[in-house]
Design a protein around this ligand. Structure first.
Ligand code: HEC
Ligand code: HEC
Ligand code: HEC
Length: 207
């Protein structure tokens, strides 16, 4: 009885149509975009938002509005499946970008070292190939040695758990380099293959 007493004025004031609308299941806000709830599956239209919407830059600053949008800047670059959806290694190889090696010296050239280290992985995942070449095109030896890794094959403890916690390879991967979700870019050598680990050819200024 209490219920009907409460309901009566409500029905009168809102009208039948409104009440029916209230009782009908609420349409999901994301019905048009089934992936909207999952931040790991950003729909293409929401990827690499302009500086005014990226949550990093101050949207009120006129300087922010003057910045080139990532979508415009990234348009000519080879695409990837994750991260910021650009394959930066390919972009570099195809000379679509020429990153400055030293912030203060536009003529500084990287010391590129072509030495791959294979880390055998327990279990069924393919082995991990760490290529010095693709790293030294962007980074200095001192970015990794000796603070992150002792420069000696096999001397460092690495595990997926520590990488996910932002240590080891995870200091960069998932932050400034392609994310951990891209398993096959690191785990890319079938088990039992002879390791290509060979000489350390250090080349100064090769590009
Ligand atoms: C992005 C990080 C990173 C950068 C930059 C880097 N290295 Fe390494 N380096 C590694 C890792 C990882 C290993 C393998 C360590 C292991 O297996 O425990 C390694 C191993 C080595 C080894 C041992 C090779 C062997 O066979 O034992 C040498 C020598 C080395 N690096 C020299 C260099 C030099 C010289 C540079 C700069 C030109 C450089 N590294 C830049 C991460 C890096
Ligand atoms: C100091 C930062 C840093 C660390 C530490 C680091 N990486 Fe990288 N890595 C990069 C950058 C930067 C690139 C090139 C940009 C990109 O691909 O996002 C790269 C590229 C790569 C590539 C090249 C992929 C390709 O397409 O050729 C592989 C493989 C890779 N990293 C594996 C590793 C592994 C395995 C470790 C740990 C042993 C590691 N990296 C540690 C920064 C780092
Ligand atoms: C940035 C490079 C990188 C990426 C990306 C990556 N891994 Fe790894 N993974 C490693 C390294 C390095 C090791 C340690 C190898 C060793 O023992 O020397 C490892 C080890 C492992 C191991 C062995 C157990 C352990 O924890 O050491 C498994 C399983 C594994 N990874 C699964 C995955 C899966 C699944 C993904 C994708 C979701 C992935 N990895 C992505 C670098 C990577």
């Amino acid at each position: 009885m209490v219920g009907s007493k409460l309901c009566a004025p409500l029905t009168l004031s809102l009208g039948v149509a409104a009440l029916v609308a209230m009782l009908a299941p609420a349409p999901y806000a994301s019905a048009a975009d089934p992936n909207a709830f999952n931040r790991l599956m950003t729909p293409p239209s929401k990827r690499n938002p302009p500086p005014t919407e990226d949550g990093i830059h101050d949207p009120k600053s006129t300087g922010t509005q003057g910045l080139q949008t990532p979508r415009e800047a990234f348009d000519p670059l080879p695409k990837a499946q994750s991260g910021n959806y650009i394959d930066w290694v390919k972009s570099f190889d195809e000379q679509k970008i020429q990153p400055r090696f030293d912030r203060n010296d536009p003529k500084a050239k990287p010391v590129i070292m072509d030495l791959t280290i294979v880390r055998e992985v327990k279990g069924s995942m393919p082995d991990v190939v760490f290529p010095h070449k693709q790293h030294t095109e962007w980074l200095d030896c001192s970015n990794c040695h000796p603070a992150l890794f002792v420069p000696q094959k096999g001397a460092n403890q690495m595990s997926m758990a520590s990488i996910m916690l932002g240590e080891s390879c995870g200091v960069c991967h998932g932050k400034v380099a392609f994310p951990v979700a891209d398993c096959r870019r690191c785990h890319n050598q079938a088990k039992g293959k002879p390791a290509p680990t060979k000489t350390s050819a250090v080349s100064k200024g090769k590009k």
